[in-house]
Design a protein around this ligand. Structure first.
Ligand code: ATP
Ligand code: MG
Length: 365
């Protein structure tokens, strides 16, 4: 990955441009963490970048950024710039392309995100990012309060990086969050959810949740049930969202909404109950079980001990039911299936054709 990135940087210098890897990749590289994509900063304008890389560019004209794909790696390439004025505490209205790296680093959010690597793999660290990595601390570039007032998303990014890297937030950053956190109300739920998802999916989630509570940010985010997810033994973020119960406000996909609904239902049911296990399946039951502190082993065992796992497992088909009762198709089949299913699940009726036939004859003929 790094090799491909350095080749790409050389391509820039072959065309007499400056280009550096910056941001997450360099930060994570120095920490020995693997990255998925690479941010590059350059003095080439988007138009010039497109001329150099032509077919490898993805269509994307966002804020002077071009995405180049090489060997399956996404390179997010942005032109050195100054951000002039911010709108709604988020996104600059006006940007100015510049020729120098240094001022471009000053507009970045955190010192740990300003470390660069040049085409020879050498580190360029004007603002002391490596010291911060060494000291496990997150500091804003410049005055924290005004950086958060410019763009309130940075507050959530700070908490997200602290969580993922298990770093401390600097004292001034903490004070600034406390003062500026009210601005988070203006931020779109989509953006907020993106950051929260990263926090909730992280193995260090408890630390992130503690920060959200201690800094009283959860109130601005309207996560009033946050205490329910403190030290919660759940590994899926959808189960966390189910506990937070904010689907009226935050955006979710249809299938996520359905899973959250099911988790809530199972939370209110008797877990190891065969019908509940059967109806909602192993995933939803495991999520709810973990929340209630039930051993996953017990859930797995109860699930695999179910006599049937779906209607297809029932040893009779609808044609046989119709023949047996000498009736045409109708709603009654569904009713019989539901009844037989229940009897089999609770082991009151063996899942054998003859037994099922006798049961149906006795109750429905
Ligand atoms: P990761 O990709 O692991 O989430 P990252 O630090 O690379 O982390 P990106 O969102 O990819 O984050 O942004 C790339 C870089 O752009 C950051 O490292 C930072 O220097 C700068 N940046 C991103 N978002 C902001 C922001 N809201 N304000 C200021 N600078 C930002
Ligand atoms: Mg990145």
């Amino acid at each position: 990955m790094l090799e491909t990135a350095l080749k790409l940087l050389k391509e820039f210098s072959n065309h007499s441009f400056k280009a550096y890897i910056v941001g997450g990749f360099v930060r994570d590289y120095l920490l020995g963490i693997e990255s998925n994509d690479i941010d590059i900063t350059t003095n080439a304008t988007p138009k010039e970048i497109k001329e150099i890389f032509q077919d490898s560019c993805l269509p994307n004209e966002d804020y002077g950024s071009v995405v180049v794909v090489m060997k399956g790696i996404h390179f997010d390439i942005t032109t050195f710039r100054k951000e002039i004025q911010y709108e709604n505490n988020r996104r600059p209205i006006e940007i100015e392309y510049i020729n120098d790296l240094y001022p471009d680093l000053l507009r970045r959010d955190f010192v740990i995100n300003t470390i660069c690597m040049d085409e020879n793999g050498d580190i360029i660290d004007y603002l002391g990012g490596q010291d911060d990595l060494h000291n496990h601390i997150i500091r804003t570039v410049g005055d924290a309060k005004s950086r958060f007032a410019e763009d309130s998303l940075r507050m959530l990014r700070a908490i997200r990086f602290a969580t993922i890297l298990n770093f401390q937030l600097s004292d001034d950053l903490i004070d600034a969050i406390k003062e500026e956190k009210y601005l988070l109300k203006e931020l779109s739920y989509f953006r907020k959810k993106e950051e929260l998802d990263k926090i909730f999916n992280c193995s260090n989630r408890d630390y992130g949740v503690k920060l959200l509570i201690d800094l009283e940010v959860y109130q601005e985010l309207e996560l009033y049930n946050i205490h329910k997810i403190v030290n919660c033994e759940v590994d899926s973020s959808i189960a966390i969202w189910a506990l937070l119960d904010v689907s009226e406000k935050y955006p979710f996909q249809k299938n996520e909404l359905e899973i959250m609904k099911q988790i809530k239902k199972v939370l209110n049911s008797n877990n190891l109950d065969p019908m509940v296990l059967y109806q909602y399946g192993l995933y939803v039951n495991s999520c709810a079980g973990r929340i209630k502190g039930i051993d996953l082993k017990d859930i797995n065992e109860a699930y695999s001990n179910l006599v049937i796992h779906s209607r297809d497992d029932i040893s009779i088909d609808s044609k046989t039911i119709m023949e047996l009762l000498n009736r045409k198709p109708g709603k009654y089949i569904k009713e019989i299936y539901g009844d037989v299913e229940r009897e089999i699940l609770y082991k009151r009726l063996p899942n054998k054709l003859e037994d099922i036939k006798n049961y149906i004859k006795k109750h429905y003929e």
